[in-house]
Design a protein around this ligand. Structure first.
Ligand code: SAH
Ligand code: SF4
Ligand code: F3S
Length: 470
């Protein structure tokens, strides 16, 4: 029987990847994806628990879904199975059922391979909701089917899950469980299938991706650097990226890979969170601000044009004006190409939430604004520095205007340029005419950039992204 599936995803790219895999698991059961929730026989909310706002969005969405479910039943369209997956499900399974008793299934990120079984159990016991928030560590990837659908030119591949770092503000170790790395052979096989399906760029995902240590094809273990060398050899793969990394896990071999693997793009998301050693220690980040400066310096020595981005939390409990000033100083010194910044959000069950020195919300808001002004100025300056340069752009989709294509620069900047659709999937030199706040615009220089494996690294000055602060 043909059935319709609607999936809504919040949170990090691992959730985006997981949503695609859930659709893969359900496809053999007859579920085809729809973009219209009103016609869905099953709705999956793939949720994020990282900040309070993210969690609240789930409950307001559930309120809307209840109305859809009732209307479908009234109109004789049949029942709507409502499933809550992801990190809120893992952390607050019971609370979801208490607050929204019309929810049929609640299951965490480690249970997606069990979906067919859960669906069958639900059909047998119509009124009893299914809850599945166990942590059967390695079962998930061994038991997920091969990907049913192509992800297109730019694909995600989860290689590592969970986290053992226990930063005092963070729910991830509780929602995703202990760190686990997929065996290298499994990763390589999935990458080959993605390439065969049209992927040219692969972004390796993990909450702590640079701590990767997967079983090697010949016994032993591979670190992330070794894995990157293996992936770079796959035909069709022209670009590799990985996210998210922890500063303490930037090993020598990984830094060397940034020098030696041309497919590895010169952009690294390396969250520092704060520039104050006191705050970093209270966060249990396991490094000081100077360690971060040193890692970035070594990366720049290995790959002079590497662009760096980060996450920041302002208003962590106990953060003083002087601590915050240290963050601004670090930002000014490093010069970020891009960044995400957040007000600290106390999360249930994490050590920092119980701290008595919570920073008042108005102070958090003022600090966030000041930090974002500085980061936005750096991003815009970095984008403007590309004006006049020719950058290799991998086009991955049609642009918003007719005749326009959209792609990414090596530095993750979105680039818009006019061009024929056949260039989607090709790496093409684009002369940048304008560096806007959030994207670049340019014109295609060469129609096709020859063998994508052999394109030269762009020659950008070592100072391309430093000293850009206002
Ligand atoms: N594994 C990544 C981060 C995962 S969460 C790392 O170690 O860097 C993504 C970002 O959300 C974090 O980098 C942090 O900046 C932010 N974040 C996490 N918990 C938060 C909280 N309780 N309040 C505000 N921001 C938070
Ligand atoms: Fe959370 Fe820290 Fe682990 Fe990142 S390293 S996922 S911030 S606990
Ligand atoms: Fe959110 Fe879970 Fe990712 S809490 S950030 S969806 S790992």
């Amino acid at each position: 029987m043909l059935r319709k599936l609607f999936v809504k995803t919040w949170g990090c790219q691992m959730n985006v990847y997981d949503s695609a895999r859930m659709a893969d698991v359900l496809a053999p059961l007859g579920y085809a994806q729809t973009a219209r929730v009103e016609e869905a026989d099953m709705v999956i909310l793939n949720t994020c628990h990282i900040r309070e706002k993210a969690t609240e969005k789930v409950f307001s969405e559930l309120g809307r879904l209840r109305a859809v479910k009732d209307a479908r039943r009234r109109n004789g369209a049949g029942d709507t199975v409502i499933a809550v997956a992801g990190c809120v499900a893992q952390a607050e399974g019971e609370e979801i059922l208490a607050r929204a008793p019309y929810v049929d299934m609640v299951f965490g990120p480690q249970a997606y391979h069990d979906l067919p079984d859960m669906v069958a159990r639900l059909a047998r016991s119509r009124n009893a909701p299914i809850v599945n928030t166990e942590f059967p560590v390695e079962a998930k990837f061994d038991r997920l089917p091969e990907e049913a659908s192509s992800q297109g030119v730019s694909a995600f591949l989860t290689i590592q899950e969970g986290c053992d770092k226990f930063c005092t503000f963070c729910v991830v170790p509780y929602t995703r469980g202990a760190e686990f790395s997929r065996p290298a052979a499994q990763v390589l096989a999935e990458a080959r299938r993605l390439a065969a399906g049209g992927a040219r760029e692969i972004t390796l995902l993990g909450q702590n991706v640079n701590a990767y240590h997967g079983e090697a094809p010949d016994g032993g273990a591979w670190d992330l650097a070794r894995l990157l060398y293996g992936l770079a050899e796959i035909d069709g793969i022209t670009r590799l990226r990985y996210t998210t990394s922890h500063p303490s896990d930037m090993s020598d071999s990984l830094i060397a890979a940034h020098r030696d693997v041309p497919e590895l793009m010169p952009f690294l998301h390396l969250p520092v969170q704060s520039g104050s050693d006191t705050v970093l220690a209270a966060m249990n980040r396991r490094h000081r601000a100077d360690d971060y400066r040193r890692v970035v310096a070594r990366l720049r020595a290995a790959r002079p044009d590497i662009a760096v981005s980060s996450d920041f939390i302002v208003g962590f409990p106990g953060e003083t004006d002087a601590d915050f000033a240290a963050t601004l100083r670090l930002v000014t010194e490093i010069g970020f190409a891009q960044a995400y910044s957040f007000k600290y959000s106390p999360r249930p069950g994490t050590p920092a939430a119980g701290h008595d020195a919570q920073v008042p919300d108005d102070v958090r808001a003022t600090r966030l604004e000041a930090l974002q002004q500085l980061l936005n100025a750096q991003q815009h300056a970095f984008n403007r520095q590309q004006e006049g340069r020719a950058l290799p752009v991998l086009f991955d989709r049609k642009g918003k205007q007719p005749g326009q294509l959209q792609g990414r620069s090596p530095y993750m900047q979105a680039v818009n340029a006019a061009g024929p659709e056949r260039l989607i999937g090709a790496t093409v030199m684009v002369r940048i005419a304008a560096g806007h706040a959030n994207s670049l615009a340019g014109t295609v220089v060469t129609d096709d950039h020859g063998s994508p494996k052999s394109h030269p690294a762009p020659s950008l000055a070592a100072s391309a992204h430093s000293g850009t602060a206002a």
